[in-house]
Design a protein around this ligand. Sequence first.
Ligand code: ADE
Length: 248
Amino acid sequence: MTIAIVAAMHEELSALLAQMPDEQRVRVAGRDFWVGHLNGQAVVAVLSRIGKVAAALTATVLLERFGVQAIVFTGVAGGLAPGVRVGDVVVATRLLQHDLDASPIFPKYEVPLTGHARFAADTEISEALAEVAAEVLVDPVALLGQKVVDDFGLRLPAVHRGLLVSGDRFVSTAAESAALRLALPDALAVEMEGAAVAQVCHDYGVPFAAVRTISDRADDEAHGDFTRFVSAVASRYSLALVGAWLAA
Ligand code: ADE
């Protein structure tokens, strides 16, 4: 069984890529697919680049060219729900494209002709990722070091499970995140790829899961918070969460 590990940006996956001892680079569609092992598990790791089209293309190549049997997306997201803070982890149970609207022909958010707006993540993988995340977050100092914990104020990071929404927009104003909260009150966090990959995996009948660390609150400070978090912290979470899950 080969599992795909995908993140949008190098900063989100660099620590994990550094732990693959035997990776071989295969270049397809301008992307590097790293084929090898992580903690004894056969994996293909790849950077999708940012946005729904880039992510959907990457997922399709993983399924068609590499025959992966599951796809896990990792990286960062902007917190939307009130209790979802920087440093927390969100494991998706369902994913929706918040910028998809073919109404009145189809209901808002519904992917036309599928009958679905919310695509389910694989229960087994998602539960296992959430369990691992809860264990890892018990000791953020062991995970990230005292300085990072102090710099980012990561006192007691929490694990949340629920709706993750994706769109081709970096949400960087309080007004925009408030509008998303109003339209989708159960959305925990927002990013730019997950729901697109969930749709592709649904079409192929392949399990999908997404585990994201909150880098910002999708508000007026999102730009600065995101930039600081991805450069200093993001890939360490990805390695700890996905690495521990693969080792389990
Ligand atoms: N990924 C991380 N933060 C985000 C935000 N605020 N909007 C969209 N994607 C994000």
